[in-house]
Design a protein around this ligand. Structure first.
Ligand code: ADP
Ligand code: MG
Ligand code: ZN
Length: 483
């Protein structure tokens, strides 16, 4: 059974983004992955007695940048707190985080969900904190390894208000947020590799009820699709329980992508279980308003602004502007292609990018940065269609060639002799030849079967190996057939 007329779904998210700084948050160790276990660590990472953390200013700048991009208020005095808990991958026995005085509060993000109108989602807070290490269980029986390389990785935790009302809204929110952190170059947004992690808090309540229902917090969500599937499962589970007269328990649940269900992991801990207190080893962070303005001036054009500009400047549809601005590199690719295509219509360039190019890249599993077809080449190709050097059909052949071999379209057209024939005389000769061979079809055409025009056009194009200018072919045929 699904979220229905009797129950409303309520979702709030906690998102952990790993920041792309050069060094870690509290020491000088490199902030990078994939090294041999425990080779990127120092006494601070390993929490030796007597070490002192020093805040990396790049982390602070990225937190401010993200806060501004999400329209939040930056706290000029914010502070770190100690969150105490035991876990083998946390040698200090506590995590340095922010609690009562986070760096950002009261932000917002506008989403365009597929199941409803544009909507504002409140961002409760954004705070800086440190990531823990990793326990490794593979290749050893009856024990675990501890790898501290990830210890000290800077995180921004972004917490939303319980404003989301469906899996679709949640998906739209995560896509938008991921696009923004990528635009800002603060996080690579990779959910599979865990550098952009999301926990979903899900509850249901009867329509009209103003109090929130009891929530379950779902972890282990490594793709937007899994977040959406987990919410759908969880909503059904909670409604079933309530309808059967049972209570929803406040707990942490894990998503099992193979079995398509969530299962209970542990009871939910409360804030007081962590014995938070102000971090004694770090002074409060005092920010100068001038620093915030300096950072504001470095903000790039963000997806929403770019979306409006693309519509305005290039006359793009909602769909094309949405696809092209969802990703900064793609937007930049499109704009370089437009420059190379001028004076061709940018909408035609957009069609090539969102159509042929993305279809090819998706099929091959390539990122736009890995495209064998350069933006300038795709632009030049569109320009050649515009100038009638080649037909749209030939352009597809050239495009397919570039997908495999790269290269410049002018060169390929020259080498393969694909230049469009617009010379009236040459085309006319072909038209005459084709008409001469099909007296029966001419009679049928003249008797009213005008759809035969397509047949004649096809024959001429075939005879010229697609190089005849289709406009000229059409015009000549219509003239000759009607006389
Ligand atoms: P924590 O999970 O760390 O204990 P919070 O109380 O700050 O902390 O809540 C975390 C997230 O849970 C927030 O995104 C909030 O919007 C969401 N949330 C809180 N209560 C509910 C609820 N009843 N239903 C759905 N989401 C909720
Ligand atoms: Mg939580
Ligand atoms: Zn270190």
């Amino acid at each position: 059974m699904n979220a229905d007329s009797r129950f409303e779904t309520v979702i709030g998210l906690e998102i952990h983004t790993q920041l792309r700084t050069r060094s870690k948050i509290f020491c000088g160790c490199p902030n990078q992955f994939g090294s041999q276990p425990n080779t990127q660590i120092c006494p601070v990472c390993a929490a030796f007695p007597g070490v002192l953390p020093v805040l990396n200013r790049e982390v602070l700048n990225m937190a401010i940048k993200t806060g501004l991009a999400l329209n939040g208020q930056i706290r000029l005095r914010n502070e770190f707190s100690r969150k105490n808990y035991f876990y083998p991958d946390l040698p200090a026995g506590y995590q340095i985080s922010q609690f009562e005085l986070p760096i950002v509060e009261h932000g917002e993000l506008m989403i365009e969900p597929e199941d409803g109108p544009r909507k504002r989602i409140g961002i409760t807070r954004i705070h800086m904190e440190v990531d823990a290490g990793k326990n490794l269980h593979e290749g050893i029986i009856g024990a675990s390894w501890v790898d501290l390389n990830r210890t000290g990785t800077p995180l921004l935790e972004i917490v939303t208000e319980p404003d989301l009302r469906s899996a679709a809204e949640t998906g739209a929110f995560l896509k938008k947020l991921r696009a923004i952190v990528r635009y800002l170059e603060v996080c690579d947004g990779n959910m599979e590799e865990g550098s952009f992690r999301c926990d979903a808090n899900v509850s249901v309540r009867r329509w009209g009820e103003t109090k929130l229902g009891t929530r379950a917090e779902i972890k282990n969500l490594n793709s937007i699709r899994n977040v959406m599937r987990a919410i759908e499962f969880e909503v059904d589970r909670q409604i079933d329980r309530i309808e059967n007269g049972e209570k929803v328990i406040q707990e942490t649940r894990l998503w099992d992508a193979n079995q398509n269900l969530t299962r209970s992991m542990r009871g939910k801990e409360e804030a007081h279980d962590y014995r938070y207190f102000p971090e004694p080893d770090l002074p409060p962070v005092l920010l100068d308003p001038a620093r915030i303005e300096t950072i504001r001036a470095t903000l790039p054009e963000l997806p929403d602004q770019k979306f409006l500009r693309f519509q305005d400047q290039y006359g793009l549809s909602d769909y094309d502007a949405g696809v092209l601005t969802a990703n900064r590199e793609l937007a930049e690719y499109f704009e370089s292609a437009v420059r190379a295509a001028l004076p061709a219509d940018p909408k035609v360039v957009a069609n090539w990018v969102t159509g042929e190019l993305l279809a090819f890249l998706n099929k091959e599993g390539l990122e736009i940065s890995q495209s064998p077809v350069q933006a300038s080449a795709l632009g030049a190709l569109t320009g050649m269609i515009h100038k009638a050097v080649i037909s749209g059909k030939i352009a597809k052949t050239v495009f397919a060639h570039m997908c495999v071999h790269g290269g410049e379209p002018q060169q390929i057209v020259l080498e393969k002799g694909l230049t469009q024939v617009t010379d009236q005389g040459a085309i006319e000769a072909e038209v005459e030849r084709i008409l001469g061979a099909h007296a029966d079809k001419i009679a049928q055409y003249r008797a009213g079967k005008t759809q035969l025009l397509g047949f004649f056009v096809g024959e001429v194009m075939k005879a010229t190996r697609g190089k005849a200018n289709p406009g000229v072919v059409n015009e000549l045929l219509i003239n000759k057939l009607s006389t």
